[in-house]
Write a protein that binds this ligand. Structure first.
Ligand SMILES: [Zn+2]
Ligand SMILES: [Zn+2]
Length: 334
């Protein structure tokens, strides 16, 4: 039985009121991404996040829509939590069927634009990785991996901005738009204080630490952003969060936020100690921090994550960075 087989029973998990969650398959280690569907008595039919452009995802979303008596054409609005392919991938398709696509204003100006300027930005993205020590052979593999990712994304033509602090109606309730940067620059959350429920996307996850990476096109200190987001989540202390992976829901957000902060502080200590022993580029530091077999995407995440930590330390004045002319790389040192 699969999610795409309508005879396999209900595929939707009720969240609150008319809001339902769907677990859509993705070819990543997390296996599924959460797509939310809302068919309120009064108000627009809404989808939150869209999964990737794959036949499996199409089928799963169709099965979810079918269970609510809907088809693609009935979706009037899609809110995307952030620009990563597993959340944004089908935005263009939903738009073609007539829905308005909405994202946080910050994300439209940064992450979302990445998909439109992809051909122009790819060389810069790869140069950034090379400048931080990625070996030339791996750069080729990484370009191929990026291309495969791009093939599964259908960018939207027009995205309308949501702004931090604004309210949106979902499931007959008001939800406040939150800005939760770190995992993505313009990561959006939706907060309903009355029922203490947060739609969190990948801003916080059970089981895995959301990747916080410094890429060529990100804000300069994604880890600093993320540590602030964790503080925000800790203060918010939602009773329940709807999460992008390993959900659809989780409890204990406050404790998880503290745990993730502790995890990043440990990594900061590790990077500081390693770079203090001898000057090293971020790629070499990433091999020390992620000392295990990783595929090409895993290595990219490891390098970007290591870099986010090293740069955070540099911006705090706890590490320095110098261009090594001979090797053509940045090295971090005490
Ligand atoms: Zn993500
Ligand atoms: Zn995700």
């Amino acid at each position: 039985m699969t999610a795409s087989d309508p005879s396999s029973g209900p595929v939707l998990t009720p969240i609150i009121g008319s809001l339902h969650a769907l677990q859509v398959p993705i070819p990543y280690p997390m296996k599924t991404v959460t797509v939310l569907l809302d068919k309120p008595a009064d108000g627009p039919v809404t989808m939150i996040d869209t999964a990737l452009d794959t036949p499996e995802a199409h089928a799963a979303i169709e099965a979810g829509l079918h269970e609510l008596g809907l088809g693609w054409n009935d979706v009037e609005r899609a809110i995307i939590t952030h620009h990563h392919p597993d959340h944004y991938g089908l935005a263009g398709l939903v738009e073609e069927h007539g829905a308005e696509i909405q994202m946080l204003d910050v994300e439209i100006g940064r992450g979302e634009r990445y998909w439109h300027m992809w051909e122009e930005w790819l060389p810069g993205h790869l140069k950034h990785m090379r400048d931080h020590g990625l070996p030339p052979a791996s750069t080729e593999d990484m370009a191929g991996d990026n291309r495969r990712g791009r093939d599964r994304v259908r960018p939207a033509h027009h995205v309308s901005p949501l702004r931090e602090g604004q309210n949106v109606a979902l499931a007959g309730r008001d939800w406040e738009v939150l800005w939760l940067p770190g995992h993505a620059d313009g990561h959006l959350g939706l907060w309903n204080a009355e029922d203490s429920i947060l739609i969190a996307g990948d801003a916080i996850l059970p089981r895995i630490s959301p990747n916080v990476g410094l890429y060529a096109y990100t804000r300069p200190d994604p880890l600093g952003d993320y540590l602030q987001t964790l503080g925000k989540l800790e203060a918010l202390n939602p009773a329940q969060a709807v999460v992008g992976h390993y959900g659809p829901t989780m409890t204990g957000v406050q404790a998880r936020a503290r745990e993730l902060r502790g995890h990043h502080h440990e990594r900061l200590d590790f990077i500081k100690a390693e770079a203090g022993k001898e000057p090293r580029n971020a790629y070499d530091l990433s091999l020390a921090m992620f000392n295990r077999e990783l595929n090409v995407s895993g290595r990219r995440f490891a390098l970007a994550e290591t870099l986010a930590h090293a740069e955070h330390l540099r911006l705090l004045g706890q590490l320095y960075r110098t261009w090594h002319e001979e090797a053509g790389v940045w090295v971090y040192h005490a």
